[in-house]
Design a protein around this ligand. Structure first.
Ligand code: AMP
Length: 507
């Protein structure tokens, strides 16, 4: 029955004859949910959705704690032909209002603790139904599931049908809803399962949030498609991850996972039997890569992707995993480096805008035809907005976001080039280089630098440290020392916030 639903079929295929195998091993209590039990619940959840009044194509929005019930809701939406729309748990009611009014879901599932604040928001946005999930999984959504029996017949869905809408983090302008089809999700996870060699023997430490592409589609879909198990953590907890490692084979994380884990005692011992460490969603410092390798003997495998495209490139499973690169385009994904103005292909080695094409790419932005036409071109290429280059060996390097490019006195400055030099200076933990309005230069290069703990860093030392290695126009005009960089939940440095904080520096 599942085989008439493109994605559901692929999520269930590996486990259909392995109902007694563990899917979720809950942390910290060790409770196990087998594959049979999970899909049994999911089918009941899909029946509950139908009873509530969710029809194929309807959006189901959810802002809820990371729980088994939220995963059941995701797969139930796939079975019922609905469109799953997860929202960052950090969004305020005012932000939620925008998403609900834009996406017009039929059902909104929220955290039980926020029901009061969000009920009126949902009503004002015309949302017909509201249900809850609490941190322990209880709530009115689970009650609705409990009232149903298993044995749901999935709604037929083809590769082009929508499975999910994920809103981009929207660092500039309004957040956009990326429409993801059954094909985009299924093909990408199947490819990653192959290239990262996931099998039913794997035990993945799942510590990422499930409102974002990384934890929801990369981690969860790969595990389901492989019939693997997940040690399911409600969030990042370095101690819990270390405890889980001896029982696990793989970890997927953002770079901050790795820098924090490196501060723990006993990492080398804990990591001994692990097979794979994957990093993505933000750049992994070459230094973190090197330290991880020195401590654990493992080379972190860095990959590159985004909400709109799923994953685009990956370092090789076999072969050289190169620090500071995101590896090669995945099988089936075409990647081009193009001139931002003319879209002409640039010669190998030159920096340009990264464009990608393949079955992994989204179907457009929800109700934004103009934005879609600007970025997802008729020839099928999506203009990612990331700047990058391909080196002589074919490895892709990300240089930053196009909108973070600094133009100082008419010259282009790529922040990454300056950051890499600063990060290598003694006593520097990390840095972010931004453009700040300047009366003469238009923009001036400013470096925000975080010292290693206990180190003392001065503006003069940083300026002197990079002076010999950088053309004058690339050298920072000012260096600001801060104790940390502002980051979002996926570990991305919020350069827009930094630009705002320091906008008046040369006024
Ligand atoms: P999101 O849509 O939230 O997943 O953000 C996608 C963006 O994160 C990409 O367009 C890149 O700018 C950035 N990103 C993802 N993975 C990497 C990586 N491995 N290295 C550098 N930037 C990355």
């Amino acid at each position: 029955m599942y085989d008439r639903n493109h994605l559901a079929h692929r999520l269930r295929r590996a486990s259909s004859r392995a109902d007694d195998r563990p899917f979720l091993i809950h942390d910290p209590d060790g409770r196990v949910t087998g594959y049979g039990a999970f899909f049994h619940n999911t089918e009941r959840m899909a029946s509950a959705l139908e009873r509530i009044g969710v029809q194929p194509g309807d959006r189901v929005a959810v802002q809820a704690p990371k729980t088994q019930e939220m995963l059941e809701l995701y797969v139930a939406c796939v079975l019922a032909g609905a469109v799953f729309l997860p929202l960052n748990t950090g969004y305020t009611p005012a932000e939620i209002r925008y998403f609900l009014s834009d996406a017009m879901p039929v059902l909104f599932v929220c955290d039980s603790g926020k029901l009061e604040a969000l009920t009126s928001v949902a009503r004002e946005c015309g949302v017909a139904h509201i249900r809850t999930i609490a941190a322990d999984g209880s709530g009115t959504l689970r009650e609705a599931r409990e009232a149903e029996v298993a044995g749901y017949d999935p709604v037929p869905r083809g590769p082009d049908d929508l499975a999910a809408i994920l809103y981009t983090s929207g660092t500039t302008g309004r957040s956009k809803g990326a429409m993801l089809t059954h094909r985009a999700l299924a093909s990408n996870s199947e490819t990653l399962r192959e290239v990262w060699r996931f099998t039913a023997e794997d035990v993945l430490i799942h510590a990422l949030p499930i409102f974002h592409t990384h934890g929801l589609f990369v981690a969860t879909n790969i595990a389901l498609m492989a019939g693997a198990s997940c040690i399911f953590l409600p969030g990042f907890d370095a101690q819990a991850i270390l405890r889980a490692m001896p029982e696990a084979t793989a970890l997927m994380g953002v770079p901050t996972f790795y820098t924090r884990l490196l501060q723990q005692e006993g990492l080398a011992e804990a990591a001994r039997n692990m097979r794979l460490f994957v990093s993505g969603s933000a750049p992994l410092l070459a230094e973190t890569h090197a330290r991880w390798r020195a401590v654990t003997g493992h080379a972190i495998l860095e990959r590159y992707g985004m909400t709109e495209t799923n994953m685009n490139t990956s370092n090789p499973y076999d072969g050289d995993r190169r620090a500071g690169t995101v590896g090669f385009p995945l099988p089936g994904v075409e990647l081009a480096i193009r001139d931002p103005e003319t879209r002409a292909d640039l010669p190998q080695g030159e920096i340009g805008v990264i464009e990608v094409r393949g079955p992994n790419v989204f179907a457009g932005y929800w109700q934004m035809p103009e934005k879609t036409a600007e970025e997802l071109r008729e020839d099928g290429f999506f203009i990612t907005g990331d700047l990058g280059k391909v080196d002589a060996d074919g490895y892709v390097h990300i240089v930053g976001r196009a909108k973070d490019l600094i133009i100082s006195g008419g010259f282009n400055v790529y922040p990454k080039e300056v950051e890499t030099l600063i990060d290598d200076l003694p006593g520097v933990l990390e840095s972010a280089v931004i453009g700040v309005p300047h009366p003469d230069f238009g923009e001036a290069v400013v470096a925000v630098v975080v010292p290693q703990s206990g180190a003392d860093i001065t503006e003069d030392a940083v300026l002197a440290g990079v002076a010999g290695a950088l053309a004058r126009f690339k050298q920072p005009k000012r260096v600001i020392v801060r104790h940390e960089l502002p980051r979002n939940t996926m570990g991305k440095v919020q350069k827009a916030a930094l630009r705002q904080d320091h906008a008046g520096l040369f006024a």
